[in-house]
Design a protein around this ligand. Sequence first.
Ligand code: AFD
Ligand code: MN
Ligand code: MN
Length: 386
Amino acid sequence: MADEHAIEQALAVFSVETPSWGYGDSGTRFGVFPQPGRPRDVFEKLEDAAEVNRLTGAAAGVALHFPWDAVADYAELRACAEGHGLHIGAVNPNLFQDDDYKLGSITNPDARVRRKALAHLLECVEIARALGSSAQSLWFADGTNYAGQDDIGGRRERMLDCLMELYAALPYEQELLVEYKPFEPAFYATDIPDWGSALLICQQLGERARVLIDLGHHLHGTNVEQIVSQLAAVERLGGLHFNNRKYADDDLIVGSTNPFELFLIFCELIGSGRALPRLTIDQSHNVEAKVEAMVLSVVNLQEAYAKALRVDRVALAARQLEGDVLGGHEVLLAAYNSDVRPLCAKVREARSAAADPIAELRSSGYLAQAAERRAATAPITRKART
Ligand code: AFD
Ligand code: MN
Ligand code: MN
């Protein structure tokens, strides 16, 4: 059993970013069910993010999405975040909504569209600079639906051309995170389908380009913790997007149906011997209460990490060396089955957060007050940039 004090210290600095897009209206392609009091602009989203951080003590970073979170004055936005005790996490450029991107963004056969996509990526580098963000987090909806629709190799070349220009413009303090996804919205050939493809791109770009693993972006049966281990070993693990792939993509609460997988992912992160990479929740909830869903997600992450910290690594290595097939498995189970809730509660309290964040959220009246305040005021949106 690892030393309890060392575990507490590790938990005390554990931190995840929450996504601005997880607080506002969202749903599925079948429908969106607006929730009362939902934030209407990025300033109100930061209020909700601050509440999640107040309750959990572990969510001071907020990832933003552009142009959804675009404002006229980024210094004001940054000051607003800092006033809430938050900082801006990764900047996520949006290259999937404009009509122009019907056939792709940076892989589009039309050079004009590729230039437009690159211009947005470069704009996001400047936005990140103004906001004090240290990462561009890239996900592309690019791909094809039919064999022969476009040239697979040509699309890869176009993508690399754009990304090389982007990488060349990246200030030293920013890193480039590259997501992969094997399906949706394209179903024949996604342009970055898997971690190997993403890794090849990153290796071509340079050492500040790293792969980002989104738990929802895998086929069922994929061993995600093994991917974590492989990428960490070559210093190319840029971070994780946490969610639950039961829903195919982003939207279910991390650890809600696959807590053992989440624990194993943390086991590999710790086992890599490296500092934890950037950890981000990538969930935009559908029918569940959004702030509560975000709080529960952070709590699930804290608990999965705490359990992984409890793995007796000396015993594990010994069982493995002996070739004791189930011995190592049982060492993992011993940690996984331990109750870490009191420990996590203690660590949260030491961070001036809530021992029981969900109960505190429910009794605090935060949501009702936010709904009342927001109903009574016009959106506080400072003129959005068009
Ligand atoms: C989309 C993608 C991807 C990305 C997120 C933010 O599936 O996971 O990280 O949007 O752009 O849902
Ligand atoms: Mn993602
Ligand atoms: Mn996703």
